[in-house]
Design a protein around this ligand. Structure first.
Ligand code: AHG
Ligand code: MN
Ligand code: MN
Ligand code: MN
Length: 345
């Protein structure tokens, strides 16, 4: 029922948040967190668009704790995200793909939300002007991350890790922003999935996709098939079967792979099909991180009527043991995820 009632009513993310607050699905604190993330995404969107002219392409010259070479925009986007979250005054702990460890936010005023994020996803695509994105999620604090403990750094750090290592099923909010031919902000507060498109004329995200639902099935697969030789037998058989039409036979599946999770996921959500980043012989848990990528995306897909699994268990049921933990991921249309699981379980 959400949506504009008059041709000239501008139904923005802010409007939507106010309505959700009135309904009681979003607390005032969480609405502030979401607004601050939206601001970070607007800033990152403009940095991405202008990267070539403002000398923001290429490497930063450092690696993150996971051993990935950081791009300049990885570092800048992380800073933008951290600054926006800090100044929201509603986050207690923040954890980023680009930081070694989760950190406590000293400026917290109220709310104490635990926010996890991948500030720039698909950064290997930036220099070619191909779609990238940001991914985020929020938890309620599991234990108070108290400012008084600040003088004991060891205790503080353990406390932060404890707060962050919660299963995806405890997320209270998740979303992503796609920076592509249009900038799209997709969000769930566990009452369905809503998509907002950035309107540069008014500088706001405008509701364009109310209550998004993934198609039941879809004949598109999105995997880095270059890794085929290193996959387990069951997964190879699954991949072979897609080329002869999958479960029902008939027309072969189409292959689509950008190499930007946010872009590949967004297409899967809209058109149906499956996105997969499986484990392989070298990396048994694949590449994607549970906290910043797999859990938020699985929550969004479930809220849209789809599924998210490692091939053996529901992603949202996994309790992280480490902040940068990786897990295999298969997300998409419910029938497609069931089909891949039938080869793996
Ligand atoms: P990030 O840029 O945040 O490190 O994530 C990259 C991820 C994800 O965006 C994408 O789906 C995947 O890496 C692509 O990996 P491959 O190049 O191995 O296919
Ligand atoms: Mn990275
Ligand atoms: Mn990523
Ligand atoms: Mn990233």
């Amino acid at each position: 029922s959400a949506g504009p009632s008059s041709e000239y009513e501008l139904y923005t993310l802010t409007t939507w948040l106010l309505k959700e607050e009135q309904k009681g699905t979003v607390t005032n604190e969480l609405a502030v967190v979401i607004s601050s993330i939206a601001l970070a995404c607007k800033q990152i969107g403009s940095l991405v668009t202008r990267a070539g002219v403002s000398n923001l392409t290429g490497l930063a010259g450092a690696a993150n704790v996971q051993g990935e070479d950081q791009k300049k925009l990885d570092v800048v986007s992380n800073e933008v995200f951290c600054n926006c979250l800090r100044s929201s005054g509603r986050t207690g702990v923040i954890a980023s793909e680009e930081e070694d460890l989760p950190v406590a936010v000293e400026e917290t005023y109220s709310g104490n939300y635990v926010v996890v994020f991948d500030p720039l996803d698909g950064s290997s695509n930036i220099d070619a002007g191909i779609s990238v994105g940001s991914i985020f999620g929020a938890y309620e604090p599991s234990e108070e991350c108290r400012v008084e403990d600040m003088d004991d750094p060891e205790k503080m750090m353990q406390n932060c890790v404890l707060n962050v290592c919660q299963p995806g099923s405890s997320l209270v909010m998740a979303g992503y922003c796609l920076y592509s031919s249009s900038t799209v902000f997709v969000l769930t507060v566990k009452e369905g999935v809503f998509g907002f498109t950035y309107d540069s004329l008014v500088g706001e995200f405008v509701l364009t996709h109310p209550n998004m639902k993934v198609p039941e099935s879809g004949k598109i697969y999105s995997f880095n098939e270059g890794n085929y030789a290193t996959w387990e037998k069951g997964l190879q058989e699954y991949m072979d079967s897609l080329k002869t039409g999958g479960a029902d036979g008939g027309k072969p599946y189409s292959a689509r792979y950008i190499g930007s999770l946010v872009g590949d996921f967004h297409r899967t959500l809209l058109y149906g099909g499956i996105y997969g980043y499986p484990g392989d012989k070298r990396n048994v848990n694949g590449k994607l991180r549970l906290l910043y990528e797999c859990a938020p995306m699985s929550l969004i897909m479930e809220q849209a009527g789809g599924k998210g699994t490692t091939g053996r268990e529901r992603v949202l049921d996994i309790c992280p043991e480490a902040v940068h933990q990786r897990v295999p991921l298969f997300v998409g249309s419910p029938k497609e995820v069931d089909y891949v699981e039938s080869f793996l379980k």
